[in-house]
Design a protein around this ligand. Structure first.
Ligand code: SAM
Length: 327
């Protein structure tokens, strides 16, 4: 069991397969961000990912999420999914949805039961404005394809005030006839993404907006939850709010991250990273390094800011951009 110094058991590993993405969402992959793409040598190979996962599984990890960058851009993504499916773990994936149609068979073969698809607007033009690419219809079709193949879909929407916050009721309406869960994510600060408190549309504001059109009920909280979940009686789907900025879920955190270049982050906002890949390549035992990294995990938000997000100075946060971490 991997436990940090705040008695939180960590059984969930998120692995970034690539720090490249075909979209240009400004909050994640800002256009003017220097592109530090991992080259062939600096990124973990499929075999290295497999071997490193084996060690994490031996330490109690039973849930793995593949992310990025865009994980399905990686040429050997199918091979990696197949390798991971041999472990006794729940595998899931976060994707922008553009390439999902090429992967349905491998998802089914690997026993993937749930996929998170990011979509920030239900309006084609706004979507193009946010993502910099015109892939709206392909993503919508691929969400349908996942559902048709009985793979659960959670739709991630990053909510930015005065950009797309007004679409929250449209997303809720979408859940009337579709068995999806839409997840409204508060805008978080990362390197280069021009975060400011004025752009955050908080959980409180979201609930106020939704309640002006809908009567909803809260679902009971689950262990290790990172979102508060709600439903509207008679609707096929549900909605959830990820309130990292205004009401973080750190006390429930069970997550660790591995970046494309094999660095372990014990928190999305951690300043420090442990060089797992470097140690693995030198033939060292990586278990003590994983444990030490986890032992140094801060209680809240990587120790970099607090839930009083209005007082956060984003320029003082020492971190990578989201695309370079793996969301
Ligand atoms: N390319 C994949 C995708 O689009 O889902 C996976 C990587 S992406 C970094 C993972 C998730 O992080 C997405 O749902 C994205 O919307 C979210 N994300 C990225 N930057 C964010 C930010 N600044 N604030 C909140 N969520 C963010």
């Amino acid at each position: 069991m991997l436990t940090d110094s705040h008695n939180r058991i960590h059984n969930y590993l998120r692995i970034s397969l690539t720090d490249k993405c075909n979209l240009r969402c400004s909050y994640c992959n800002p256009v003017d961000l220097p592109k530090g793409y991992c080259s062939g040598k600096t990124k973990m190979s499929a075999e290295e990912i497999n071997s490193i996962i084996r060690v994490f599984v031996g330490e109690g990890v039973n849930k793995i999420r593949l992310t990025g960058g865009e994980p399905l851009l990686r040429k050997d993504a199918k091979e990696i999914i197949r390798l991971i499916s041999k472990y006794p773990v729940e595998i899931s994936l976060t994707t922008n949805g553009v390439f999902v149609h090429e992967y349905i068979d491998v998802f089914k073969e690997a026993g993937i039961k749930s996929v998170n698809v990011s979509l920030d607007s239900l309006d084609e033009k706004t979507n193009l404005f946010i993502s910099g690419r015109n892939e709206f219809h392909r993503v919508k079709n691929n969400i349908e394809l996942l559902l048709k193949n009985e793979i659960r879909v959670k739709v991630n929407m990053v909510v930015i005030k005065n950009v797309n916050h007004h679409e929250i009721p449209d997303f809720v309406e979408w859940t009337k006839n579709e068995p999806i869960q839409v997840r409204f994510i508060e805008f978080m600060p990362f390197s280069g993404n021009l975060w400011s408190k004025e752009k955050v549309f908080s959980r409180h504001e979201m609930l106020e907006l939704i309640s002006s059109s809908y009567n909803f009920l809260k679902l009971s909280d689950e262990k290790h939850q990172t979102s508060a979940k709600y439903f509207i009686p008679e609707f096929r789907g549900s909605f959830a709010i990820i309130s990292t900025m205004s009401e973080p879920f750190c006390s429930e955190c069970n997550r660790m991250r591995l970046t494309t270049d094999g660095k372990m982050k014990n928190c999305l906002f951690s300043k420090n990273e442990a060089d797992i890949l470097g140690a693995f390549r030198r033939g060292e035992d990586i278990v003590p390094i994983i444990r030490l990294c986890l032992a140094s995990k801060e209680e809240f938000l990587g120790g970099q800011f607090t839930h009083i997000y209005e007082s956060t100075d984003a320029s003082q946060i020492n971190n990578r951009s989201m695309i370079n971490i793996g969301g």
